[in-house]
Ligand binder design. Structure first.
Ligand code: 3H9
Length: 693
């Protein structure tokens, strides 16, 4: 008999308890066990009802995702659920924690559902590139109606017990132990003589305009297809008898299982969890993180302070002058009132943070008892060195000294202190209280428990933390610099910024690189170019991008950049001044004249991204390909359904990409020098994913 499903009798009720930690995923053993235990309940004398509960922290988190992509194993989940629903016994599900995907589908196969107030339900299959595949698209519309069912399955969001009860998905909400509640409720149903109530026998709702719903959801998906396919499965629930609808759902599920998008999204799911899981940190105790100092209260510093405050960490923010301190306080207060408006904190929490947890100072001595200090001052090595020298003098022994630099050498910064083992890079992305990515930059002498504390901070701040080594730009900005250069090469060769943006947005990026540049501010790149030229002693150079800035066009904030924003920030009207400037540069360089298809643009841009990513992994700046994938996904708008640049590369084929890179080398041999790791993988017939362990 199954050891995954415990069986106990409580009078007339057989209690089936799923025991598959950590989240009771519906593995083959669980499915098999449920079949066996249903047989047992039905064959035992005196059993009138079955109660299904989950042990541990959840009812059921869904199908076992690790089985996806492997040959199917009997019994299938739809068969198990149909068997549960068809039982002559009364079947009740008692839910706590999450009931997701197949978990909710099992509950919908029961005849009645009870849940604790903190329970959450959902059909998150779209986040894995799938649709619900065990009756969710057929049963949920019968219970909750088409509109609610489609909203739940196309967004994949978690729905709280109260809302789920209002939708008709949960019959009773009751606080307490799920098993005790379930037994009492089942007993009451038996005592009241309540009949079996199979959802599949409930009437179907009226039809809607299916094509309009499909097209609207497809357009919203930015290239992701599975949400729109939920519409077709729900359509089948209305138009076909139950079993035929179920078969239609199954077919769509199986078709999606074979897609690259499913592969990309499941890679993202597991990588998101693996990225902060570094073998060298096992058993390492992080240092305390009760009080954090932040130096500099600009957008970045204020964002970091806000993120820490929202995670219940005390913050002392240091500014140079009282006026600057007041401005920083205002920025943080603005961020916090945004959090209050969005319901992330209560009014009391908001007031407590501002009155107690945050202090603003102009005196370095106020950082003397901080556990960790992060500087977010001007990106200049001398300025950073001055800050670290002062921190070294005032901070307590064991305090961690962190830099938020986005490209400067952390080893050099650490060298001015007497405690380089306590120095680390913590590279946040702006706005730091919103963006999910945190690069934990480990310098040569950084102590292992300091690294562990960096990851612990990321966890407390609910970030996706990625370990990076020291180099110019670390993982993300180094790769960004390369693919941006590839975009500039495409422009000189003949593509327009608008062709490039359109091609990459079709590929799935939220915004193309030139729209992103307009948003970030063109003056940032201009300042860097001017500084680099001054350092190199180059005078009098002015490219089309410089001329745009010289004319005062810095992007969205000035109303014009690559695009003209007169009609609003979302307007994508090309600025007519840009192309003549580009044409002049092409003419001066005797370049241009080539035309590119969208596919050629994507191929070129992605080849640059993959090649640099492979160098970053090969040099050990990123430990594993998945670290690069998560950096690009969470910091640079890379489409999640493609999994990340190196997952994408694995899917499209490394040999073809390497051949492309070699063919582009005739444009610029240095820039397109193939990454040794990529050449090695191709020679060995391997993929990047083999390095993800
Ligand atoms: C489905 O159901 C299809 C059906 O419609 C049709 C089938 C025919 N399977 O996230 P955590 C692991 S599709 C396998 O760190 P939390 C996870 O990898 C499924 N493993 O904890 C991690 O492992 P490790 C629809 C799973 O508290 C550990 O459990 N369901 C699964 O932050 C803890 O997870 C979903 O998409 C799984 N289904 O969050 C739900 N779920 O410790 C996906 C988790 O080795 N899961 N693991 O790193 C989640 O959203 C979150 O994991 C959950 C817990 C909210 C459950």
């Amino acid at each position: 008999m199954s050891d995954k499903i415990a069986y106990a009798r409580h009078g007339d009720i057989a209690v089936l308890t799923i025991q598959n930690p950590p989240v009771n995923a519906l593995s083959q053993a669980v499915r098999h066990g449920l079949m066996e235990r249903m047989d047992q309940a039905e064959s035992e004398a005196g059993v009138r009802a079955v109660l299904i509960v989950g042990e541990g922290r959840a009812f059921i988190a869904g199908a076992d995702i690790t089985e996806f992509g492997k040959p199917p194993m009997e019994p299938s989940l739809p068969d198990v659920i149909n068997r549960i629903e068809a039982s002559p016994l009364l079947v009740v599900a008692s839910m706590h924690g999450v009931s997701l995907g197949g978990g909710l589908e099992v509950a919908l196969g029961a005849h009645y559902r009870i849940a604790v107030p903190s329970a959450r339900i959902g059909l998150p299959e779209v986040h894995l590139g799938l649709i619900p595949g065990a009756g969710g698209t057929q049963r949920l519309p019968r219970v909750a109606g088409i509109e609610a069912a489609l909203e739940i399955m196309t967004t994949g969001r978690h729905v709280g017990a109260k809302e789920a009860a209002a939708m008709g998905v949960i019959d009773v909400i009751q606080d307490g132990d799920q098993t005790e509640n379930g037994i009492a409720y089942t007993q009451k149903l038996l005592d009241d003589g309540m009949p079996r109530r199979p959802v599949s026998e409930m009437p179907v709702p009226a039809a809607i305009d299916w094509d309009a719903a499909f097209n609207a959801i497809l357009a919203k998906g930015r290239g992701q297809i599975s949400p729109a396919h939920c519409v077709r499965a729900v359509q089948a629930s209305v138009e076909k008898p139950f079993l035929e609808g179920l078969a239609a759902e199954r077919q769509i599920f199986i078709d999606l299982m074979g897609t690259d998008q499913r592969q990309g999204m499941i890679h993202a799911f597991f990588s998101e969890r693996a990225v902060g899981n570094l073998p060298e940190l096992k058993g390492v105790t992080p240092r305390a993180l009760d009080h954090i100092g932040v130096i500099g209260g600009g957008t970045m510093g204020a964002g970091i302070a806000t993120a820490a405050l929202l995670s219940s960490i005390r913050v002392t923010l240091l500014e140079m002058t009282a006026d600057a301190g007041e401005a920083a306080h205002g920025r943080i207060a603005g961020n916090l009132s945004g959090a209050l408006k969005r319901g992330k904190i209560s009014a009391d929490q908001h007031d407590a943070i501002l009155n107690k947890a945050l202090s603003v100072s102009t005196d370095y001595a106020s950082l003397s008892d901080a556990d960790l200090v992060i500087e977010a001052v001007f990106e200049d090595m001398d300025v950073k060195k001055q800050v670290f020298t002062k921190l070294d003098a005032v901070c307590k022994k064991g305090a961690i000294l962190a830099s938020n630099t986005s490209y400067l050498d952390i080893n050099e910064i650490a060298s001015v202190t007497s405690r380089p083992a306590d120095v680390i890079g913590l590279h946040f992305f702006s706005p730091a209280h919103v963006m999910k990515l945190l690069e934990v930059v480990v310098a040569d002498k950084t102590a292992i428990d300091v690294v562990a504390t960096g990851f612990d901070l990321g966890k407390k701040l609910k970030k996706i933390s990625v370990r990076a080594g020291v180099c110019d730009g670390f993982i993300g900005n180094r790769i960004l610099a390369t693919y941006r250069t590839a975009a500039d090469q495409l422009i000189m060769a003949g593509a327009s910024p608008y062709d490039i943006d359109a091609a990459l947005e079709d590929f799935g990026f939220a915004m193309g690189p030139f729209a992103v540049a307009d948003l970030a501010g063109l003056d940032i790149g201009w300042a860097v170019r001017k500084r680099k030229r001054a350092e190199a002693g180059i005078e009098g150079v002015s490219t089309y991008a410089d001329k745009m800035c010289e004319a005062g066009n810095f992007g969205q904030k000035t109303g014009k950049g690559y695009y003209d924003y007169a009609a609003g920030p979302k307007a994508r009207v090309p600025n007519p001044d840009v192309m003549p400037l580009i044409e002049a540069d092409r003419a001066a360089a005797s370049a241009g004249g080539k035309t590119f298809t969208s596919d050629e643009i994507v191929r070129y841009y992605m080849a640059a991204m993959v090649n640099e990513s492979a160098k970053v992994v090969g040099e050990g700046i990123a430990r594993r390909p998945l670290d690069v994938d998560m950096t690009l996904l969470f910091g640079y708008g890379f489409p999640r359904y493609r999994g990340g640049p190196l997952k994408w590369a694995d899917i499209v084929g490394l040999d073809g990409l390497l051949a492309d890179i070699k063919s582009y080398a005739s444009d610029d041999a240095d820039f397109w020098a193939p990454a040794p790791l990529l050449e090695q993988l191709v020679a060995d017939g391997k993929k990047f994913e083999t390095l993800n362990t």
